[in-house]
Design a protein around this ligand. Structure first.
Ligand SMILES: Cc1cc2nc3c(=O)[nH]c(=O)nc-3n(C[C@H](O)[C@H](O)[C@H](O)COP(=O)(O)OP(=O)(O)OC[C@H]3O[C@@H](n4cnc5c(N)ncnc54)[C@H](O)[C@@H]3O)c2cc1C
Length: 488
C-alpha cells in the first residue's frame, strides 16, 4: 500500500467511477469499502450464494448495470480493500483502516497516507419517529431493498411503505415484483404539491416517464397511493401487526377524524436522505447547509475538490444527487486527482458537464417537491424513544430544548442523545428537526453532532494496536485539561 497514489473511500457508483477513471489515466488506486461487495446502495450486488438466481425485472436491470460498472474494477492498477472501515482521517490525507478478519484471518489495523483522497461515502436514510416505530417490523425502505437485493429476501408478507419521496414507489415496484403484498404507499405530500411543482420537471421527460410508469405498475397491482397522509402509530406488542395512518394539512399536522387502520406486518419508512459527511468533517473540509434536503453537505469546487487541498468529495457526500450525478462526479474527481499527480486523464466532455448540471437540477427539484413538514415532529409523543442507542425520549429532548439546548452538541451533553453505537446517524437528523420546531430557529442552527474517531464501533484490541504504534510521550491540551500520552 506504500505506493498508492489515490485512496478512494466508498465503492458505490461515485467511488467506483472515480477509481476506474483514475486507474485508466495511470494512477495507482486503493478502493476501500466497509461492505464485503462493491456497488454501494444503488448497485448492491447479490450474495455469491444467489448467483444465477432470477430477480424481478425492476431489480435485474439494476443488478446487471451495476455488474457492468464493477467490471471496470478488474484493472491492474486498482487494489480493492473490502470489509474495511475507514474510522479516522486527518487533513493530511492519513487514513486509519480496520479490516475485520474473514475466514479465520486475523483483524488488520493499519494507517496510510495517500497523495490524493476521494471521499465517496454515500448517504443515510432519514426516518421520522412515531409511537411504535421501534417495534420489530418497522424498518427503512433502503433496509428492505438491501434484504431483497443482497439476500433475495422479503422483509415481510404485507407491507406498508411510508414517508416522502420517489424511493417509496421505486421500492414499491421492486418489492411487488418480488412477491410482496403492498397494502399501501403513504406519501406525506398532498396531491396539490405534485401539481404545483410539476413544471420544475419540464424537459426531464425520462424521469417523468419512469415515475409515471412506476405509478401505473402499482395501480395495476391494486396498490393504493395515499397522498397527504402519515403513519401515526404502529400497532402490535412484540412486532408490527398494523398501522394507523391519518391525513395531514400543508404543515404535516394531523387533521381530525381522518384515521384509518391497515393490517400489515412490516412498515418501511423513508423521508429522504442525509449526506454521510463524517469523514469530510473529520478531515476539516468546509460544509454547507443544503436547503433542498435540510442537512449538511460537503462543499467543493467544480472539480470536486474540497476546501482541503488534495481531498475530493463526490456523490451523495457533496449533496444528495442520485446515481447519475454520483457517476459523473466520480469520473470528474478521478480525472482531476490523476491529473494533479501528473497522469494524462481525458478532460470532461462538455456534454458530460451538461448531463451533470441537468441531473443535479432535477434532484434539487425533487428535494423541493418532497420537503419535510414541521407537523411530523409532533407525531413523536413525549414517551417515544428518539435516540434508540441511549434511549432518550422525545419528551427529554423537548425539555432540554426548553432549558436552552438549541443545537445538537448542547443537547448531546444534556441528554446523551447521539452518544451511542450509531453516533447519532439515525437520531441526529430527527433531533435537528425537533430542535428547530421547539426553538423556532432554522434547522441549520442545530448543526451536526461533532464527528469523532472511531466513526463506528471497533474492537478495543484494534484501537489499542493503533495507539501503541502511534503514541509518544506528549502533553495534549484538551477541553477537559491536560492529558499525558505515552508509547507503550
Ligand atoms: C438506502 C438507500 C436506498 C437507495 N435506493 C435507491 C433507489 O432505489 N433508486 C435510486 O435511484 N437511488 C437510490 N438511492 C440513492 C443512490 O443509492 C445514490 O444516489 C447512489 O448510490 C450514490 O452513490 P454514492 O457512490 O455517492 O454512495 P453509495 O452508493 O451510498 O456508496 C457509498 C459507499 O461508501 C461506503 N462507506 C461509507 N462510509 C465508509 C467508511 N467510513 N469506510 C468504508 N466504507 C464506507 C459504504 O459502505 C458504501 O458502499 C438509495 C440510497 C440509499 C442510501
Amino acid at each position: 500500500m506504500s505506493d498508492i497514489d489515490i485512496a478512494v473511500v466508498g465503492a458505490g457508483p461515485a467511488g467506483v467511477a472515480a477509481a476506474v477513471t483514475a486507474a485508466q489515466a495511470g494512477a495507482r488506486v486503493l478502493l476501500i469499502d466497509e461492505q464485503g461487495r462493491a456497488g454501494g446502495q444503488y448497485f448492491k450486488q447479490p450474495a455469491a450464494a444467489l448467483a444465477g438466481s432470477q430477480f424481478p425485472p425492476a431489480l435485474a436491470a439494476n443488478i446487471q448495470k451495476g455488474r457492468e460498472l464493477l467490471a471496470g474494477l478488474a484493472h491492474a492498477r486498482i487494489v480493492q480493500r473490502l470489509h474495511t472501515l475507514v474510522w479516522d482521517v486527518t487533513p493530511d490525507r492519513t487514513l486509519r483502516l480496520y479490516t475485520a478478519g474473514q475466514e479465520g484471518r486475523a483483524d488488520v489495523v493499519e494507517s496510510l497516507t495517500a497523495k490524493r483522497l476521494i471521499i465517496a461515502a454515500g448517504a443515510y436514510e432519514r426516518v421520522m419517529p412515531f409511537p411504535g416505530w421501534t417495534l420489530p417490523g418497522v424498518m427503512t425502505v433502503g433496509g428492505a431493498q438491501l434484504l431483497l437485493k443482497g439476500q433475495g429476501l422479503l422483509p415481510g408478507r404485507r407491507l406498508l411503505l411510508a414517508g416522502t419521496g420517489p424511493l417509496l414507489q421505486v421500492a414499491g415496484v421492486q418489492l411487488h415484483q418480488a412477491g410482496a403484498e403492498i397494502a399501501a404507499i403513504v406519501e406525506l405530500q398532498g396531491g396539490g404539491q405534485f401539481l404545483s411543482r410539476a413544471f420544475d420537471f419540464w424537459g426531464h421527460w425520462d424521469k417523468v416517464g419512469q415515475a409515471l410508469d412506476q405509478r401505473r405498475q402499482l395501480a395495476r397491482a391494486g396498490v393504493p397511493f395515499k397522498t397527504g397522509r402519515v403513519v401515526i402509530r404502529a400497532l402490535g406488542e412484540q412486532c408490527v401487526t398494523g398501522a394507523v395512518i391519518g391525513k395531514v394539512d400543508g404543515d404535516g399536522r394531523l387533521l381530525p377524524r381522518s384515521q384509518e387502520t391497515l393490517q400489515v406486518d412490516t412498515i418501511c419508512l423513508n423521508f429522504g436522505f442525509v449526506p454521510a459527511t463524517e469523514l469530510t468533517r473529520l478531515a476539516g473540509c468546509r460544509q454547507r447547509f443544503d436547503p433542498h434536503f435540510g442537512a449538511l453537505a460537503t462543499e467543493t469546487n467544480e472539480e470536486m475538490e474540497t476546501s482541503q487541498p488534495g481531498i475530493f468529495a463526490v456523490g451523495e457526500v457533496r449533496g444528495i444527487g442520485g446515481v447519475d450525478v454520483a457517476l459523473i462526479e466520480g469520473q470528474i474527481a478521478g480525472a482531476v486527482a490523476a491529473r494533479q499527480l501528473g497522469y494524462q486523464a481525458a478532460e470532461v466532455a462538455p456534454a458530460q458537464w451538461e448531463a451533470w448540471r441537468r441531473a443535479r437540477s432535477v434532484v434539487e427539484s425533487l428535494g423541493a417537491m418532497f420537503p419535510l413538514r414541521p407537523g411530523l415532529c409532533e407525531l413523536a409523543t413525549d414517551e417515544v424513544v428518539v435516540c434508540r442507542c441511549e434511549e432518550v425520549t422525545a419528551g427529554e429532548i423537548r425539555e432540554a430544548a426548553r432549558g436552552g439546548a438549541t443545537d445538537l452538541n448542547a443537547l448531546k451533553t444534556w441528554t446523551r442523545a447521539g452518544m451511542g453505537r450509531c453516533q447519532g446517524r439515525v437520531c441526529g437528523p430527527i433531533i435537528a428537526q425537533m430542535l428547530a420546531q421547539a426553538t423556532g430557529l432554522p434547522v441549520e442552527a442545530a448543526g451536526a453532532f461533532t464527528a469523532r474517531p472511531p466513526l463506528k464501533p471497533l474492537p478495543l484490541a484494534a484501537l489499542a494496536a493503533h495507539a501503541s504504534a502511534a503514541m509518544q510521550w506528549e502533553d495534549h491540551a484538551t477541553q477537559y485539561g491536560y492529558v499525558r500520552t505515552k508509547n507503550q
